[in-house]
Design a protein around this ligand. Structure first.
Ligand SMILES: Cc1ncc(COP(=O)(O)O)c(C=O)c1O
Length: 380
């Protein structure tokens, strides 16, 4: 990692209290450009906003022609709509009051296309009931399990029957099929794409069967960061409406840099945590103000982030407000010195911070963006 990528001016440092989430705008722009270049077509890309949860980044995507957006919570869906998006998939099975809240959003934005996932009849009925209560139509995507075993039906007759059932229910429209294949994380891109082809073949056959039966399948929404280049390649020649939904690519992180080396050539960590030294009792022993309330516990202790300048750091203690490490390089640091950390998994970290400090190529602080979708539901 090149620390020079991460310039922060003295004026910016004087204005940013730590711990803080800092986004390096040129790297974010570079990541967006790489996403679009790999996607090949903006209309196939449905980026997942759970990584950044900010209106400003939705607007950057809209400015680049990306009109489709993916979300995991009702609040994220609201945030996308507030930012101007009008085609939003909530890739989650709605339960409890969130059903009603989502239908309310659909009523509030009559010019928007909103969709959610279903993988069982009960959810389809409940989504239909919420939609009809609010006089709206919501798209239903049938969630398929292709090996992650988190949610979804196996690719087959039960999924086809649910698709048909949902299409018949009032207030619902058939919106397509959904495949999230995070189980496919093999580092070799050729192997990864081979696994994608094996995954998608039966899904395409299911879609074709549904269409032959008179049901439209307007979208087959697939994948995350690791597999979206494979789906992009397939989409170039497939007649079916394959779309793909990377999320982490917007910010990138240390975890994917290690596990997806092919994509690390295209993407650069753009969102880092700014911390400061609060204690340095020996030349090897240093404590940062980046406790476990300030850097996500996913992944577990000892692997939460790469401390730039202290790449050899070994965690001694991680408490609520303190992260104590030993490092051969700790002696170069003094109390108050800023330290940048590349999170291993950026998404749960962005969720911890109410604000993003945005800096430009000179290291100047140029904006503060609200992480507007940190709440899950609507604030009513
Ligand atoms: C349903 C779904 N789609 C897309 C993504 C984006 O994947 P990635 O973080 O690999 O970009 C996620 C990530 O959690 C997800 O759960």
């Amino acid at each position: 990692m090149q620390p020079s990528l991460y310039a922060l001016s003295d004026v910016a440092l004087a204005a940013i209290p730590s711990p803080a989430l800092v986004v390096f705008a040129p790297l974010l722009e570079r990541n967006l450009a790489a996403m679009l270049q790999i996607a090949g077509a903006t209309d196939r890309l449905r980026p997942h906003c759970k990584t950044h949860k900010t209106r400003e980044i939705i607007r950057l995507l809209l400015d680049r022609g990306v009109t489709r957006h993916k979300t995991a919570t009702v609040r994220e869906a609201a945030m996308c709509l507030e930012a101007g998006a009008r085609d939003v998939v909530l890739a989650y099975q709605l339960v409890g009051p969130l059903l009603d809240q989502f239908a309310m959003l659909a009523a509030q934005y009559p010019d928007a296309r909103l969709s959610a996932l279903v993988d069982n009849e009960r959810s389809a009925y409940q989504l239909s009931a919420a939609a009809t209560a609010h006089g709206v139509t919501i798209g239903a995507l049938v969630d398929l399990d292709t090996g992650l075993h988190r949610t979804g039906l196996p690719v087959g007759d039960a999924a086809a029957a649910l698709y048909r059932r949902a299409a018949e229910l009032p207030g619902l429209r058939p919106a397509g099929l959904h495949v999230y294949d995070a189980q496919n994380r093999t580092p070799d891109p050729t192997e990864r794409c081979r696994a994608v082809r094996a995954t998608i073949e039966p899904v395409l056959a299911l879609a074709a069967k549904l269409e032959r039966g008179g049901l439209p399948v307007p979208e087959i929404l697939c994948g995350g960061s690791g597999t979206f280049p494979c789906y992009a390649e397939l989409a170039r020649s497939a007649a079916a409406a394959i779309t793909f939904s990377p999320g982490t690519t917007v910010f990138w992180d240390h975890g994917y840099a290690q596990t997806l080396p092919d994509l690390n050539a295209h993407f650069t960590p753009a969102a880092l945590l700014l911390s400061r030294v609060v204690s340095r009792t020996t030349p090897q022993h240093v404590t940062l103000d980046l406790g476990n309330k300030a850097i996500a516990s996913d992944p577990p202790l000892g692997r939460r982030g790469l401390i730039l300048g202290l790449e050899d750091a070994v965690t001694v203690l991680h408490n609520e407000e303190h992260w104590t490490v030993t490092s051969e390089h700790a002696g170069a640091l003094q109390v108050g010195d800023p330290v940048l950390v590349i999170p291993t998994h950026i998404c749960p970290n962005a969720n911890l911070y109410p604000l993003i400090y945005v800096v430009d190529e000179t290291g100047a602080l140029v904006a503060r963006w609200e992480v507007a979708a940190r709440q899950r539901g609507l604030i009513l």
